[in-house]
Design a protein around this ligand. Structure first.
Ligand SMILES: Cc1cc2nc3c(=O)[nH]c(=O)nc-3n(C[C@H](O)[C@H](O)[C@H](O)COP(=O)(O)O)c2cc1C
Length: 135
């Protein structure tokens, strides 16, 4: 099974990039930014993103649009300040593009400006690692 990892990080904290690095290490597979299109078909695309203004960033949507024919299934992983998942926002885009989105997902709360200092925790990263190893 071919797996690919893409992420999009926006804030200076780089929470999504940190999560992507944990996933990359666990799977021994490079995590690339969404500016890098898929070179070949991925059975599972692990899409690591964050919530911005109650949505996902347009760069994430554009990546999915450009790569729609190369994605077997998207597995969503994300952080947000509220601890809410971006799964529904991702689903809106994947449905529009007829891409399958897995029900299995990972999300956790993360820091933003002055709130949630110290999040995600080391335990959150361990949970993320276990999640991807269980896929
Ligand atoms: C511009 C901006 C808008 C955000 N809007 C929300 C939001 O609507 N809801 C929420 O729960 N978190 C929101 N957050 C918090 C981010 O989801 C959280 O900090 C995330 O970990 C950022 O990941 P990043 O560091 O990889 O960009 C926002 C953060 C930024 C920078």
């Amino acid at each position: 099974m071919k797996i690919a990892i893409r992420y999009f990080t926006k804030s200076k904290k780089g929470n999504t990039e940190k999560l992507a690095n944990v996933v990359s290490k666990a799977l021994n597979l490079e995590a690339l930014d969404v500016s890098r299109d898929l070179e070949e078909k991925a059975d599972k695309l692990i899409l690591i993103n964050a919530m911005y203004a109650a949505d996902i960033d347009k760069e994430v949507k554009e990546f999915l649009t450009r790569n729609r024919d190369k994605i077997g299934e998207v597995v969503n992983m994300n952080t947000s300040a509220s601890g809410s998942s971006t799964w529904k926002a991702v689903k809106k885009t994947t449905d529009k593009l007829s891409i399958k989105l897995s029900d299995k997902e990972f999300h956790c709360a993360a820091s933003w400006i002055f709130i949630n200092k110290g999040l995600p925790t080391a335990e959150n990263y361990r949970q993320a690692e276990n999640f991807v190893l269980s896929l």
